[in-house]
Design a protein. Structure first.
Length: 238
């Protein structure tokens, strides 16, 4: 499977990305495998990786001493670092923080303020494959408490990030929004006016409806809602 790391490194290479921002770093599984980008910016309320791991990474990648680490919520990061962000326009943002509609939308809209004109935002977890993975919990701990004993629980919680894709497509024609059909769904947001006419399914959805949309609605209208794109087409392999 082509993973988010593969897609991010591909975008960094073909777009000559200078500044990379990652929201929701956790153990650094993605962040420490990013190649290229002169400056990488990590944001998470709690970095769940050791100081030793960070040092080992820098020893192997000495050119990355410009990396910036902000151990705080994304809301606080955007509220407190206007000057830094204006002086360092982001070329590529990866959003993998709290997997809720409200927070993923907020992170996306905040990222857009500091995204370069040719920049791209990638959102993880936009294409959940079952009702449990898509359950709108407050966080993964709540999802585990609710479903850990359920026979269908796979320890996968995508939450309702997919609703952010629906909201953006419905309300922001100045953006082009799609989802790559790989690695739990990778949302792609670009500052390019969309050329598409929205599918008729959007006619039945108001902004007030979006937070209450259920997984069954996504399952019935997946391609239309998400603008689902095969990963091979995105990578130019088909």
């Amino acid at each position: 499977m082509i993973t988010r790391v593969d897609v991010l490194n591909y975008l960094i290479k073909v777009n000559d990305v200078k500044n990379y921002l990652e929201i929701g770093v956790n153990r650094g599984k993605c962040f420490f495998n990013i190649k290229g980008a002169k400056q990488r910016i990590a944001v998470d309320p709690y970095f769940n990786f050791s100081f030793i791991k960070k040092i080992r990474y820098l020893v192997k990648n000495p050119h990355n001493f410009k990396n910036k680490y902000f151990e705080m919520t994304s809301d606080r990061f955007f509220d407190s670092h206007h000057k830094f962000l204006k002086n360092n326009p982001i070329n590529l943002t990866f959003i993998d923080g709290l997997h809720t509609f409200s927070q993923s939308l907020k992170d996306t809209l905040n990222s857009l303020k500091y995204l370069s004109d040719q920049g791209i935002i990638i959102l993880h977890d936009c294409n959940p494959q079952d009702k449990i993975a898509a359950f709108p919990a407050s966080n993964i701990e709540d999802a585990r408490i609710k479903f850990s004993s359920h026979k269908s629980w796979k320890n996968i919680w995508n939450g309702d990030v997919w609703k952010t894709i629906v909201f953006l497509r419905k309300n922001h024609p100045e953006l082009t929004v799609s989802v790559l059909d790989t690695d739990h769904g990778l949302g792609v947001v670009k500052k390019i006016p969309t050329q598409e006419v929205l599918p008729t399914v959007f006619d039945s959805i108001s902004n007030e409806d979006i937070p209450q949309l259920e997984y069954s609605f996504l399952a019935s209208h997946r391609k239309e809602l998400l603008n689902l794109v095969p990963i091979e087409i995105f990578l130019g392999k088909e």
